[in-house]
Structures are given as C-alpha cells and as structure tokens.
Design a protein around this ligand. Sequence first.
Ligand code: ZN
Length: 152
Amino acid sequence: MPEEQSGGMVRVGRAASADSELVRVRRDGKIGPAPVASRAELAEHTARVARATETVDPPRRFEIKRRNDNELILFVGDRRESWIVYPPRSQYEFLERPSARTVLVEHHPWEPYTTPVMHEVDAAQGCREHGLGCGASAAIQAGVHAGWNPFA
Ligand SMILES: [Zn+2]
C-alpha cells in the first residue's frame, strides 16, 4: 500500500500496527483523537470509535460450556470471551450481590492481562451499568433459551 501525504503529515506504522494509526488508546483505556488524512479515513476512524464505545452489541453466538445450579458458563468463540452467569440460588461464597434477586454475570475476555468484570443484572432493567444492551443481559437470555433459570 503506497504511503499518502497530506498537509505535510506522513503516516507511518501501517504495517506494524493498523489500529494505533487511527485510534490512540491511552493507558487509562480512553480513546484519544487520531490524525486523519482523508474523508474515507475519517469515516473509518469514526466507525471504529463507535464500535469500541457502543454498548449495544450485535448478537453474540453463545456456546454453553457448563450449566448447573451454581453457574452457567458461556463461550463466545468469535469474540474470544466467556460469560459466567451466577443465579441468585448459586451457593458460591465469593459472590456479593447488592440484592437477593440480582443476577451476577462475570465477563472474561480471553486476552491476557485483562480483568474480569462483574455485571449486576436485574430481571426488568437489565445490567445496572449498561442496561438491556449489555452482553450480560444477552448471556442471561441465552440461558433462558436453553431452559436454564437465571432468576431463581
Ligand atoms: Zn453490563
């Protein structure tokens, strides 16, 4: 791919790191402004930021790995992540629920050095932090469709 020049800026690093060329992700996880050289690149940049920040995700394909009264473990292979649903009846002692009816859903990206995130989900409102568009709500729905009760 030929290098383009615009306004005296030389774009570098495409071969080494296509992502960091368009979006700068700072150490705290925030996405900073990226230099853009063309309208097409700006559109691509905008779409990339939208994908990175949106909470309503396209449907996941959940694969059930384990189900019992304590937990439901789901894999989403194409996203390289797992979701673990802990229903209110779960006997695990490490779980801390804000209410006796709250469903806890743990999100595990498979990439190294990532931290699992616990989502607190209510049946009516969905995830407390991300609403019904959260992957945690989708994971719970996958359990329901499989005949597993996440709410008891
Ligand atoms: Zn959530």
